[in-house]
Every structure is written in structure tokens, then in C-alpha cells.
Design a protein around this ligand. Structure first.
Ligand code: ATP
Ligand code: MG
Length: 242
């Protein structure tokens, strides 16, 4: 049996008196599109940052691509692509220069076949000379995804990748996510959009740092009597806060 893409056990992070992530135990399978839902401040970004090896857990453990993040964070970083909530693009560089920059970080030389492949996959060819800061929100997200994909990561962590992006661009972005998953990439994505949550193979709902539901969208909805996912989200959260 191949190992899970992500496996956490009692993963916990405290900031002073605040427990941002509280004993999170979950497993994400290879090639799965896994959604992380939760209200503002429920611990989604903190979870992703621990999985990326950017933030040390206060307690508990996480295996990413079979590697213990606490033991070998650098090995984990080579296998993952991370699109942060605040997109990390250089706005005064062009699209092409941003790609060159990220390629350099991962040890690829400029204009390699891999760069051309990523440019073609995200349909960026006609925009290579444009300043990143002048792109629309949807194109910025595509460029950020391209930058996160250059080193062919086995896992992608996407933190609200489509926030503020128009519906057509969101749909296009999700087509790309499904294409990547079909090719074997595991995708962990956070979102506040229920139509996006519906497209995930499985979901974890978080509230105040802990899990309040886990399963397919249908399973999660069934937990509250088969209502819509949005209703399930609100009801489960209210129950948790009571
Ligand atoms: N570096 C930090 N120092 C102190 N507190 C922090 C830090 N990072 C996060 N927190 C706190 O941890 C909790 C969880 O924050 P987190 O950013 O993980 O939530 P989130 O689910 O990603 O929210 P959002 O939907 O708004 O992005 C919040 O109470 C937040 O204020
Ligand atoms: Mg966040």
C-alpha cells in the first residue's frame, strides 16, 4: 500500500494563550483533492504552514509525502508547492521574470523545457512580458500557481487560491486543479466558496482549531440531515461554538 500524502496526528499549534490548531488528526490520500473549510481564524493557514515546514507544531506530528516535517522540513519543501494566502509575486517583475525567479530557487535554469511546459499548461505565453502587478486577479492566481508548480511537486497546498477571483476565472482555475489531480498530484485547498467545496473528493471542516466534520461533501451534508453543504457548514459551526 502506498503511504498517504499527508498524515497528521494530534497536530497542535499554540500562539500564547490561543490554540490555533487543536489536536488535528487526518489523512489525505495521494491524488486526492482535499478541501479545508472553516470560518476566519479557525486554523486553516496555520495547519498549512505546519505541513509546509514553515511553522513548528507545539505538539503532535505530520508526515508529508511520507516524511516527518519536524525531522526533515527541507526534504518536504522539495516535494510540495505552496500558494500562500497573500500571493507571493513580485509585482514589479514581468510574468516571465517571476517564473525565472522561482525556477532559480528550485535550481532550474531559465528557459528550460520545464518552464515552457508550465507556461503552456497555464496558458501564460502571451503574458510573459507583462508586469505581474498589472495582471487581473485571475491571471495573478494562474501565475502564482505556475510558480508553485515549476519543480513538479507531488503535493500542492493552496490557501484560498481563488479569493476575489471572478466566477469564470475560478472555474478555469478549478479545471486546472482537477487536471493536476488526475495526473497524480495531491491537492490540499482552503476555500470559503461552497461551489468549490463541492468539487473536493473529501472535506475537513474546522472550527476554533479542531475538526467538526470530515468526509465527502455528501457525507458532511448528511451529518446535518442532508441539507446543503453551506447549511451543514453553518449548523456544525454554531453547534461547536455553543
Ligand atoms: N503568527 C501568529 N501569531 C499569533 N497568533 C496567530 C499567528 N498566526 C495565526 N494566529 C492566530 O491563530 C488563529 C488561526 O489563524 P489562521 O490564520 O490559521 O486562521 P484561518 O482559518 O487561516 O483564517 P482565514 O480564513 O481568515 O484565513 C487565529 O486566532 C489567529 O489570530
Ligand atoms: Mg487563512
Amino acid at each position: 500500500m502506498s503511504p498517504s500524502a499527508v498524515e497528521t496526528h494530534n497536530l497542535t499549534r499554540r500562539f500564547g494563550a490561543v490554540t490555533a490548531v487543536d489536536a488535528l488528526t487526518l489523512r489525505i490520500e495521494q491524488g486526492e483533492v482535499f478541501g479545508l473549510l472553516g470560518p476566519n481564524g479557525s486554523g486553516k493557514t496555520t495547519t498549512i504552514r505546519m505541513l509546509c515546514g514553515l511553522l513548528e507544531p507545539s505538539q503532535g506530528s505530520a508526515l508529508v509525502a511520507g516524511i516527518d516535517v519536524a525531522v526533515a522540513p527541507e526534504q518536504v519543501k522539495q516535494r510540495i508547492g505552496y500558494m500562500a494566502q497573500k500571493v507571493g509575486l513580485y509585482e514589479d517583475l514581468t510574468v516571465g521574470e517571476n517564473l525565472d525567479f522561482y525556477a532559480g530557487i528550485y535550481g532550474f535554469r531559465r528557459a528550460t523545457a520545464r518552464l515552457a511546459e508550465v507556461v503552456a499548461f497555464l496558458e501564460l505565453a502571451e503574458r510573459l512580458g507583462q508586469l505581474a502587478g498589472q495582471l487581473s486577479g485571475g491571471w495573478k492566481q494562474r501565475l502564482a500557481l505556475a510558480c508553485a508548480l515549476i519543480h513538479r511537486p507531488a503535493l500542492l497546498f493552496l490557501d484560498e487560491p481563488t479569493a476575489g477571483v471572478d466566477p469564470a476565472a475560478r472555474r478555469r482555475f478549478w479545471h486546472t486543479i482537477h487536471d493536476l489531480a488526475h495526473a497524480g498530484t495531491t491537492v490540499l485547498v482552503t476555500t470559503h466558496y461552497m461551489d468549490e467545496a463541492e468539487q473536493c473528493a473529501r472535506l475537513a471542516m474546522m472550527s476554533r482549531g479542531h475538526l467538526i466534520a470530515l468526509g465527502t461533501p455528501a457525507e458532511v451534508a448528511a451529518q446535518v440531515g442532508g441539507r446543503t453543504l453551506e447549511d451543514a457548514f453553518v449548523i456544525l459551526q454554531e453547534r461547536d461554538e455553543r
